[in-house]
Ligand binder design. Structure first.
Ligand SMILES: [Zn+2]
Length: 78
C-alpha cells in the first residue's frame, strides 16, 4: 500500500510517488505530476511575457556592468 497525499490542484488524493511538494504562501502543499504537466503544456501568455521580460532585464544588467567596468578601467589607467 502506498501513501496517499491530498492534491490541492485536483482536490483529490493521489499516490505519494505521483506527488511533488510545492511551497505556497499558505504553507507546503502537494501537487500531482499530472497537474504540473498540464500547467506546463498550456503556458499562459503572461508567463511567456514574464520570461521575455526577465531575459531583457538580465541582458540590460550585463550591459550596464560592462560599461561600468570599462569606465572604471579608463579612469584608473595612468
Ligand atoms: Zn492532482
Amino acid at each position: 500500500m502506498s501513501d496517499m497525499l491530498f492534491c490541492y490542484c485536483c482536490r483529490k488524493h493521489h499516490p505519494r510517488e505521483q506527488m511533488r511538494r510545492f511551497t505556497t504562501r499558505s504553507g507546503e502543499r502537494w501537487r500531482c505530476l499530472r497537474s504540473i504537466a498540464a500547467a506546463r503544456s498550456h503556458p499562459g501568455e503572461r508567463d511567456a511575457f514574464g520570461r521575455r521580460q526577465s531575459e531583457q532585464n538580465r541582458q540590460a544588467a550585463v550591459h550596464v556592468a560592462e560599461r561600468v567596468a570599462l569606465l572604471r578601467l579608463r579612469h584608473e589607467a595612468p
